[in-house]
Write a protein that binds this ligand. Sequence first.
Ligand code: 8X3
Length: 255
Amino acid sequence: MARMSTSRTAVVTGASSGIGAATARTLAAQGFHVFCAARRVDRIEALAAEIGGTAVVCDVTDADSVAGLAARVGERLDVLVNNAGGAFGASPVAQADSDEWRQMFEVNVIGLMQVTRALLPALVASGAGVILNVGSTAGRVAYEGGAGYTAAKHGTQVVTETLRLELWDQPVRVCEIAPGMVRTDEFALVRFEGDQEKAEAVYAGVAEPLTAEDVADAIGWMVTRPAHVNVDELVIRPRAQAAQHKVHRVLPDVH
Ligand code: 8X3
C-alpha cells in the first residue's frame, strides 16, 4: 500500500519480537507509519502487514545494512526507537566468553550508534525528532554473571547521555527507557542459549513480570510528549522487583 506522505514516521529496530514488535504495534495505533527493522524477514513482513507499516530487513551491526534502512526511510523521520539489543550468556567474568561480550557490545552499543548516525539527518529534518534508546536496569547496576550485558547496557545509557549533550541545539529529543524484569518470548532464552529451564528460572514465582506491551505503552507515552518535553530516562519495573536483587517470588515448598 502506498504510504501517505503526511503521516508521522517511526523506525523500530529489533521489531521482530518482544518489546520491538509491541512498540511497533503501539506506535502504529498512535498513527505512526512504522518501519519495522530486524533481521528476520518473515516476522517483520507479517508485522508490517498487520499494522500497515513497512518491513526493512536490517542488521544494526552491519553498516551497509543500516545504510539501506536509511535509504528506505528517506529524508524525514519523526521517531527512532533503538530497541535491537540483547544479552548473550551469563558467565562470571572469570569464565567470560570474549565473543559473547563482543556480540553484546556490537548490538547494544555499536549497532545503536550506527542506526542513530545514519538516521540523524532525517530526524533533524523533521523539526521535532525523537530518539528513544531501549536500555535496561542492567545499565544502572551490576549483578553477578551479568558483566558483559551490564557493561553493554551502561554503554547504551552513556551514549544516550552524550548524544543529548551533543544535540542540545538541535530539534531532536534524546530519551532512554530502562526496563527491569520483562517477560518476553526470547530475551532469557537467547541469553541461556535455548535452555528453557534456565530461562524459566529467571521469572520463577514472580506473579506478574512486565510484559512487552507494558514497556511499549511507556515508550508510546514518552515519544508523544510535546516537542519541548524531554523524558531523559524512565526506569520501569514490575511491582515485584523492588530492586535488581530484591524480587518477590512465591515458590512452592520443596520437601
Ligand atoms: C533486562 C533486565 O535484569 O535481565 O534488560 O538485566 S535484566
